[in-house]
Design a protein around this ligand. Sequence first.
Ligand code: NAP
Length: 261
Amino acid sequence: MTEPTLGIIGGTGWLGGAIAKAVLAKNLLPASNLVVSNRSGTHPLARQGVCLVADNQALVDRSDIVIIAVRPEQFAGLTLNAMGKTVISLMAGITAQAIVAQSSASSVVRAMPNAAVEIGQSFTPWYCAGAVEPATKSLVQRLFECVGTAAEVQQEDFIDYLSALSGTGPAFPALLMTALANQAMAAGIPAEIAQLAAQNVVVNSSQLLASHDARQMIDALVAYRGVTAAALQSMTQGHFEAQVGRALQAGAAVARKGLQA
Ligand SMILES: NC(=O)c1ccc[n+]([C@@H]2O[C@H](COP(=O)([O-])OP(=O)(O)OC[C@H]3O[C@@H](n4cnc5c(N)ncnc54)[C@H](OP(=O)(O)O)[C@@H]3O)[C@@H](O)[C@H]2O)c1
């Protein structure tokens, strides 16, 4: 497939808009091969040469591949016939089967980016339901590489589980940063210093993990038997990993149950 046309339903929203902008910025497709829709009919993307429509069927008819980037509760209100097309859904908690039933799409790709699309640092797992041409799969991978890294997964349930993991983006680090700062303040550290220290741990020092193996780093720090070892051991004894497991299962259960209104 050369220079396909990509349609993004809800392409002016937070996630759809970020993907549309990245597609243009990374030259994946020219603006003339991008169609976006919304109900309100206005958006600055139109000034960059992107075609903006209010009629979702017109978008589908013009597109080779259609992304659905509306909120899960807005999905029930979509009327479209995407027979013969591949539909990529970014919606959490809506099954491929439900998307085929409502859109008649020939194949569905479920993908789960995260909030870091905004800074080109998302991880996007994606899953193909139905036969998807190798050229289309390659486009899907390149599309999500415009906003970070991406990988195909072989089970649809992995998307629901990963919605609660990488789909949450900065949520777990935000929780950790808040807990570290709150506990430091409770221990008498001035608020400004507590926040700087917690931010450094979560945002700055963690950059080392981009080039170091996390497990090896933990083992080395525990073997050193110093301050860090005592802190880490206290967390381990408090069943930190089991707590993380329960948190992921709680999120995945919501994704599996479905978020459709
Ligand atoms: N936020 C995250 O971190 C994250 C991560 C992974 C996946 N997701 C998924 O991304 C999807 C979008 O989330 P979001 O935060 O980007 O929502 P959003 O900012 O509210 O964007 C939704 C867009 O859809 C448009 N829209 C709604 N109904 C429409 C319709 N019938 N036809 C055409 N356009 C329509 C809206 O524009 P108008 O109001 O002008 O119609 C709006 O621009 C959700 O399904 C969510 O599960 C989000």
